[in-house]
Design a protein around this ligand. Structure first.
Ligand SMILES: Cc1cc2nc3c(=O)[nH]c(=O)nc-3n(C[C@H](O)[C@H](O)[C@H](O)COP(=O)(O)O)c2cc1C
Length: 377
């Protein structure tokens, strides 16, 4: 879709074309992954999903990313009615969604996911696994039909860690085989990979626990396997954050030293993109002049997606032109108005976000995460 209007000149970087690996994007605006729990009980993509992804594809985005999609028929699912890419039927169910998005001429990436301890609905197995047997903070998210505290996970075994790494690689192959243009691994927001990275959920005494070089090792294992799983021209990347769906206050204890190690090691794998999710926004961190997204770019040298409160186009343009990211991803802004890029280009005010938009059957208003988010805003 060719966008036109006064916004193109007003936000020249936002509306400039870009590339992620071999994939060409018409502009720098990406739909950030958003869980919508609208798959079937056994994780098949539905017609409702065709509808909302088509709506984004028509809205003028440079790239659309899927909601978090679980990778295996074991412990990876975190929410009831979350979609999967764990078996043939799930893989095939995505084809209609991919065809619809591609029919609008827009590239489409899948975000792949393992819940770890932050698991409040799993069709396949009882219980949960995590780096250590630590009960997650906070309460289950009620907009995804959870209530009360999370269950305490059991410690994952080394064999299971290898299985999970292989599961990410297998899910990546499946996603590309069925027609996705790229894959983002969900390494953020409190799920299993982030549980390894986070001091209080990782109490391991082996070479995956303790110092940051050890806590980031699982990310490195997963991303090495995922990178090797598909052709080098296929874009693959990883999402990183400090905050979590069940903890919006956590900050990396080593500050910029941690950032240098985490992003430096990802940079050594090479040929990846990094997407930094920042629920609280893209302000500078750790007393540096950059947000975590900017530090990811500085320390890794990789292509970078910035995310977090960038729905004001002036703010998105600033983030892009000041080196915070090569692309910007919008979540709540995209949910509120799937035609955000088209409207910004045309100089039309987009529809603002309202919590009731997340799920027509429930609102975010009484969830722990939402209360924390509001307190922080
Ligand atoms: C309804 C909803 C669902 C979300 N689901 C996911 C998800 O599946 N995967 C993910 O990485 N982030 C998820 N997020 C986080 C967003 O992608 C994004 O990082 C966060 O909302 C901050 O960006 P924003 O300020 O543009 O909303 C979700 C956010 C919302 C509001």
């Amino acid at each position: 879709m060719t966008l036109s209007g006064p916004g193109i000149e007003a936000y020249p970087t936002l509306f400039s074309p870009g590339k992620l690996g071999s994939v060409a994007l018409a502009n720098r605006a990406i739909v950030s992954p958003m869980t919508r729990t609208s798959a079937t009980d056994d994780g098949l993509a539905t017609d409702q999903m065709v509808d909302y992804y088509t709506e984004y594809a028509r809205g003028g985005w440079g790239l659309v990313a899927t909601e978090a999609t679980y990778i295996d028929e074991k412990y990876s699912q975190g929410y009831n009615n979350q979609p999967g890419i764990a078996n043939d039927a799930q893989q095939e169910s995505w084809r209609k969604v991919i065809d619809a998005v591609h029919g609008e001429g827009v590239p489409f990436f899948m975000q792949i996911f393992h819940a770890g301890a932050v698991n409040q609905g799993n069709h396949w197995v009882e219980g949960s696994i995590a780096p250590s047997a630590v009960q997650p903070k906070g309460e289950q998210i009620d907009r995804y039909n959870g209530s009360g505290p999370f269950q305490t996970p059991r410690e994952i075994s080394r064999d299971e860690m290898d299985e999970v790494v292989a599961g990410y690689a297998a899910a990546t192959r499946r996603a590309i085989e069925v027609g996705f243009d790229g894959v983002e691994v969900h390494g953020a927001n409190g799920y299993i990979m982030d549980q390894f990275l986070t001091t209080y959920t990782n109490q391991r005494t082996d070479d995956y626990g303790g110092v940051i070089e050890n806590r980031v090792r699982f990310h490195i294992d997963v991303m090495t396997a995922v990178r090797a799983a598909v052709d080098p021209a296929v874009p693959v990347g990883v999402r990183i954050s400090q905050t979590k769906v069940n903890d919006l206050e956590y900050s990396w204890p080593g500050g910029d030293d941690d950032a240098q190690i985490v992003f430096g090691k990802l940079g050594q794998i090479g040929n990846l993109f990094i997407d930094v999710s920042a629920h609280l926004g893209c302000a500078p961190v750790f007393g540096t002049d950059k947000s975590l997204a900017g530090l990811a770019k500085r320390h890794s040298g990789l292509t970078q997606i910035a995310n977090g409160k960038l729905h004001d186009p002036a703010e998105a343009e600033r983030a892009l032109s000041q080196g915070e990211g090569d692309f910007v991803a919008l979540a709540k802004g995209a949910l509120a108005d799937p035609a955000w890029p088209r409207k910004i280009a045309a100089g039309v005010e987009p529809i603002p976000f309202d919590p009731g938009m997340v799920n027509p059957l429930a609102t975010l208003a009484n969830t722990v995460a939402w209360r924390q988010l509001q307190a922080a805003e």
